[in-house]
Design a protein around this ligand. Sequence first.
Ligand SMILES: Cc1cc2nc3c(=O)[nH]c(=O)nc-3n(C[C@H](O)[C@H](O)[C@H](O)COP(=O)(O)OP(=O)(O)OC[C@H]3O[C@@H](n4cnc5c(N)ncnc54)[C@H](O)[C@@H]3O)c2cc1C
Length: 379
Amino acid sequence: MEEVVIAGGGLAGAVAACMLARAGCPTLLIEREIAPRHKVCGEFLSIEAQTYLAHLGIDLDDLGASRIKSVRLISGQRSAEVELPFTARGVSRMKLDEVLLNLAASRGAKVVRGCAVRTISFDERGIHARCAELGDLRPRTLFLATGKHDIRGVKRPTSGTTHDLVGFKAHFCLAKRQQSTLDGHVEIILFAGGYAGLQMIEEGTANLCLVVTQGRFKAVGRSWPDLLRTVSEETPALRKRLEGAVPLFERPLSISRVPYGFVHPSRTDEPQGLFRIGDQAGVIPSYTGDGMAIALHSGCLAASTYLTLGQASSTFHRQLKADIQHQIRLASLLYAATRHPFGRSAILRFCQAWPSVMRHVTSSTRLQDRVVQRVLVGP
Ligand SMILES: Cc1cc2nc3c(=O)[nH]c(=O)nc-3n(C[C@H](O)[C@H](O)[C@H](O)COP(=O)(O)OP(=O)(O)OC[C@H]3O[C@@H](n4cnc5c(N)ncnc54)[C@H](O)[C@@H]3O)c2cc1C
């Protein structure tokens, strides 16, 4: 029996498996998908995420990642542009997640794919994870890394979060001229009932992510083509970018009820030994492009806590909450402001008049460097 079982092989689960296996800890990672797949994600890698990936020896140039140096904020006819405080990278999750999972396996973690953990419960003997393909598991320590997907028995308490949203992702091959206009930038487009992010990733592919309220999606009869058409009509810049673009997916990927603003409470009745990582521990509004950094940070922090303190998951959750709650709160407040026409217009005017404030906000809504360094340097 492995010492640690990890449910979910996204970024959080895979990085935790890499760290545990490297330290010689017998680790079993269970991933639901049998083969690499695309995921709903803007695929914008912040500097903090890049720091963790570099620490693992992952070379983003080898993956063909794009470089992004500035952000363009767009709403209707208005736009404001500001240089990012770092060079971001763009790379598809299909590639990145696979590289990390392979790394975990090469370091000695046992990676089982095509199996899903169905329920988790607790009794006097500890943690009980039920998995149709592997049977009943009784790990002493379980890392819960199933991302946006909740498992029966350990659902996240999402009251107080914004969870009326639907997220979409599509890849496009843009017309040459639009590709060169977009190159080096990430465009954040605010519109009534949602926002979009557009950027280049590897191999001349553009990633478009749209996050809209269920109400906005319902208003167009839950039709993706109609949603894209109406948003493009409201945003000339987006309409232009997509002129002559070739969609690379038959239909977009989608996800609903993402609980923006969720931070796992550090005090719960869950037993020691259950470590929630990635989106299971905290969900930052996606426009910040820092969700992957939080996933990597939480996976590394959980592994290092386990390796030094054993099953002390409440210590881990307390530390993680202190590391991420401020930026998640700030990002959620700003997102709430963009839901009102006045808020969108005020944010745009503000950014046009004071680009340095926009730069400051892009820094304050992300994981702080000292927090990353603390985990990388270790106790
Ligand atoms: C619309 C949108 C855009 C975003 N854009 C960005 C961005 O540009 N930059 C950024 O940094 N972040 C972005 N994010 C956030 C980022 O995608 C997440 O924070 C990150 O993927 C979380 O990683 P994770 O490992 O926790 O979960 P995931 O990446 O979701 O991985 C979870 C894994 O668990 C597996 N799994 C699920 N259920 C089970 C089960 N029962 N048993 C076994 N395995 C299971 C899944 O197959 C999956 O592989 C975005 C999010 C959204 C919604």
